[in-house]
Write a protein that binds this ligand. Structure first.
Ligand code: DGL
Length: 265
């Protein structure tokens, strides 16, 4: 059986690439919901509905375990999926999100004021505030919704990213943030311009650096999932809408040419 990875679009390819580099033998299936991206300005009901369809697709592709790489989908749907959907339909499989592993990492780094950027949904949901409060009550979040970044990254807007980042991040800097949590799948792709704006050594919490070790640790602690996963080093990449520009963006984001297949979900 395989490890599934899900994102609302193509940004999850960055975490997928990092997991693949860490555990190259694991058989992977990626699904990006390019037909419905962006999720970040939609309602909880809509995001949960889209995410359930994606989970059904990935389980039908023989996935034992799915990582929801999308912060927005993790914030909106994960609790419902774990408490109702899995017990009812897939009691022997599991779905993980990115928020708790990221918060655990933030807690270890023990920031006072931590900047958080992400979609409007992720920030408004308060999920990062709630989870941090549980394990790192000393850390206070300085939040900034950054809805222009995903459209720029997915549509060839990299030349404009640095200017947009400057106007988003300067107020956080002025408020005294000591580190920045990149709370969206796509943002590891713009670490270089973020560093140009904030300084080379500014501490960043980036999920492509956090998730591979967290997943490996989860598999060590859960042999029932670990032993079910096949390890022949194959990867398949599905999207719900397939265009030339998505193929180009996927190549740019993943860092090498990958073959995208169309999924009907
Ligand atoms: N993948 C989403 C996330 O991580 C961002 C893109 C979207 O709005 O769908 O939050």
């Amino acid at each position: 059986m395989k490890l599934g990875l899900f994102d609302s679009g193509l940004g999850g390819l960055i975490v997928t690439r990092a997991i693949h580099a860490h555990m190259p033998d694991l058989d992977l299936v990626y699904l990006g919901d390019t037909l419905r991206v962006p999720y970040g300005n939609r309602s909880q009901e809509a995001i949960t509905g889209f995410t359930k369809r994606a989970m059904k697709f990935l389980f039908a592709q023989d996935c034992q375990l799915i990582v929801i790489a999308c912060n927005t989908a993790s914030a909106a749907a994960l609790r419902n999926l774990q408490q109702e959907f899995l017990p009812a339909f897939y009691p022997d499989r599991n779905i993980l999100g990115v928020i708790i592993p990221t918060v655990e990492e933030a807690a270890e780094r023990d920031f006072g004021a931590l900047g958080l950027i992400g979609t409007s949904y992720t920030l408004q949901s308060g999920v990062y505030d709630d989870e941090l409060q549980k394990i790192a009550p000393r850390t206070c979040l300085i939040k900034q919704a950054t809805p222009l970044l995903v459209p720029l990254i997915e549509n060839g807007g990299m030349p404009w990213v640095e200017d947009v980042l400057r106007s988003y991040l300067s107020p956080l800097r002025e408020e005294g943030m000591e580190g920045l949590l990149l709370g969206c799948t796509h943002y590891p792709h713009i670490k270089a311009p973020i560093r140009r704006v904030l300084g080379e050594d500014f501490p960043l919490l980036s999920q492509d650096e956090i998730m591979p070790a967290k997943l490996a640790d989860y598999l060590r602690r859960h042999p029932e999932h670990d032993t079910a996963l096949s390890r022949t080093g194959t990867s398949r990449f599905y999207v719900t809408d397939l265009t030339e520009s998505y193929a180009t963006a996927a190549r740019e984001i993943f860092g090498e040419a990958i073959h995208l297949e169309k999924a009907e979900i």
